[in-house]
Design a protein around this ligand. Sequence first.
Ligand SMILES: CC(C)(COP(=O)(O)OP(=O)(O)OC[C@H]1O[C@@H](n2cnc3c(N)ncnc32)[C@H](O)[C@@H]1OP(=O)(O)O)[C@@H](O)C(=O)NCCC(=O)NCCS
Length: 180
Amino acid sequence: MSGPFPTLKTDDFILRELTDDDLEAISSIWGSPDVTAKLSSGPLSHEESVQMLYVLRSLWDNDAGIRWGVELDGQLIGTCGFHNIKTSTRRGELGYELGYEFWGRGLMRRALCPVLDYGFNILRFERIEAFINVDNDRSSGLLKKLGFVDEGILRDYAPTPKGLIDQRCLSLLKRDWQAL
Ligand SMILES: CC(C)(COP(=O)(O)OP(=O)(O)OC[C@H]1O[C@@H](n2cnc3c(N)ncnc32)[C@H](O)[C@@H]1OP(=O)(O)O)[C@@H](O)C(=O)NCCC(=O)NCCS
């Protein structure tokens, strides 16, 4: 993963590199208790949002992944992309979040289609995984609509401020995606 950051365009969205100018939007999204209720951390303070933006941007710079800012009508409404990329085993982990006021419109489902294409065709993944909290029904619903298969529960999988919690693993194989 080298060279210029790849911008992806659809009829609705521009998926683009995150910049320092996105801090206010990132802080608003990640500072929301609604958005972070089913995540392992959050809501984030302003300082933690600065760190989050840095972490998301660093993925590309460090060859560790890629996180796009999802822009709709000139506004950053969320982010999505891959982390924990394993080039030797051709797999990557999908992550995403959407500002609360944009939920329930199918926006993330549409934004993820070019991202999954990019993962399978450009990053050459054979398998894309997602790990979500067991009670994150919106997220598992979104993934299943995209063709992900629920592989079950991983016990004590994710560290949180309250201790280790179980997570659910869902995966999408390249052959599943190509068959859709
Ligand atoms: C996960 C998350 C992105 C899902 O966003 P969302 O808007 O609820 O999900 P979708 O984009 O799939 O939208 C689907 C919903 O919109 C509705 N919808 C409205 N218009 C639609 C359309 N044109 N197409 C599809 N769905 C539409 C659907 O009925 C569906 O609602 P339902 O699940 O109650 O049936 C969002 O809940 C979120 O940001 N959560 C916090 C972060 C998170 O959990 N990240 C995952 C950790 S890896």
